[in-house]
Design a protein around this ligand. Structure first.
Ligand SMILES: [Zn+2]
Length: 365
């Protein structure tokens, strides 16, 4: 899932990328333009003119990243805006209300992302808090879930116009014209401790959600540990519900995690790296800013079918980057997102053929 932090996948118009599900960040949208503003404008789908699915996080991870600017209590988190220093408060209830206001298809329980490293006692205390908050999140969601502030997508003023080229318009058998409904996912925490991860998974499943996320990763731990925690947690999550690992990873990692049984992943890496001139290709990573590409007339990635690789040379992309052109960020982002989406398409294809294990062992080329 590409990340559209403030209702925009940075640098990329949505109709360029063929993707089913985008992410939005509740913390950022709450601060600007504000939940009420988005609600008044018809919810996130209509506001950003995106008829496909959207997932919003609960804001917990962003608030956690503020560190100096936050204060935690049983009730919730007081934090200061990174924009203007103003004071705000998120609780499980207000995070759910905010996500109902935004109107994403999948919304997330409010959790505490345990810092790394953390002693076992501290990881347990944090996990227990997240479990109590998961119950509160679900309780509030159950009361409010029938209120659909934005209406079904087929009621868009102009569904044809809002349908990107090549996509079928909403309102037919693809389900997009169905009455809009939200799903609330639970989040497993427990630090890097396998026992706690198991307990958190089992107790989150007991509370009962239509999908489960593994949170608290990509917080500075070594990558080998990330993989071990994912593997140790997955075996305690039901295989008939979506299993979502938050905030990962490199192209190699997402292939590996998918092979472990992960269904959903999100990461800012493809777009963020692109803005820094770091490009993922079938031949490895390329730093397009390097002088060695100044006269290189080859496509960025000869095996990539994206419009950037189809049309432009490495020399041109290097020139755009060196000249600090906005187009450099756009083209780099389009390629990196295409590369990620192609990678996942290949994974899905290989699963459909029953070749998951062979794909993982590197025989995809
Ligand atoms: Zn490409």
């Amino acid at each position: 899932m590409p990340v559209g932090t403030v209702a925009s996948v940075k640098g990329v118009s949505q109709d360029i990328i063929d993707v089913q599900l985008l992410l939005g960040n509740t913390y950022h949208l709450y601060l600007r333009p504000g939940i009420e503003q988005v609600r008044k404008l018809g919810g996130l789908h209509r506001f950003m003119s995106w008829p496909r699915a959207i997932l919003t996080d609960s804001g917990g991870f962003q608030v956690f990243s503020l560190r100096e600017l936050r204060k935690l209590s049983e009730e919730g988190v007081t934090f200061r805006s990174h924009l203007d220093g103003s004071a705000h408060f998120f609780s499980p209830e207000s995070a759910i209300e905010a996500q109902i206001g935004l109107g994403a298809d999948i919304i997330m329980a409010f959790d505490e992302c345990t810092e790394y490293p953390a002693e076992k006692a501290r990881a347990r205390q944090s996990m227990e808090l997240s479990l109590r908050w998961a119950e509160r999140s679900k309780r509030r969601f159950e009361v409010r879930k029938h209120e659909v502030p934005w209406g079904p997508i087929s009621s868009f003023p102009n569904p044809e116009r809002e349908t990107p080229p090549g996509m079928s318009p909403p309102g037919n058998d693809n389900g997009m014209g169905a009455e809009a409904r939200q799903s609330l996912f639970g989040i497993v925490q427990g630090g890097m401790d396998f026992q706690l991860r198991r307990e958190s998974a089992e107790r989150t499943v007991e509370i009962g959600f239509p999908g489960y996320a593994i949170g608290g990763l990509s917080v500075g731990e070594p990558r080998a540990l990330t993989r071990e925690v994912i593997e140790a947690t997955l075996e305690h999550l039901p295989t008939d519900k979506p299993r979502y690992v938050m905030g990962v990873g490199t192209p190699e990692e997402i292939v590996e995690y998918a092979a472990l049984g992960v269904d959903m992943m999100d990461c800012v890496l493809p777009t963020r790296a692109a803005r820094h001139g770091l490009l993922f290709t079938s031949e490895g990573k390329i730093s397009i800013k390097q002088a060695r590409y100044a006269s290189d007339q080859n496509p960025l990635d000869p095996n990539c079918a994206c419009q950037v690789c189809h049309r432009y040379s490495r020399a041109y992309l290097r020139h755009l980057y060196a000249s600090n052109e906005v187009l450099a960020q756009v083209l780099n982002s389009v390629h990196n997102l295409s590369f990620y989406l192609d990678t996942m398409r290949a994974v899905r294809h290989s699963i459909a053929l029953g070749k998951g294990a062979r794909f993982l062992s590197g025989e995809q080329s």
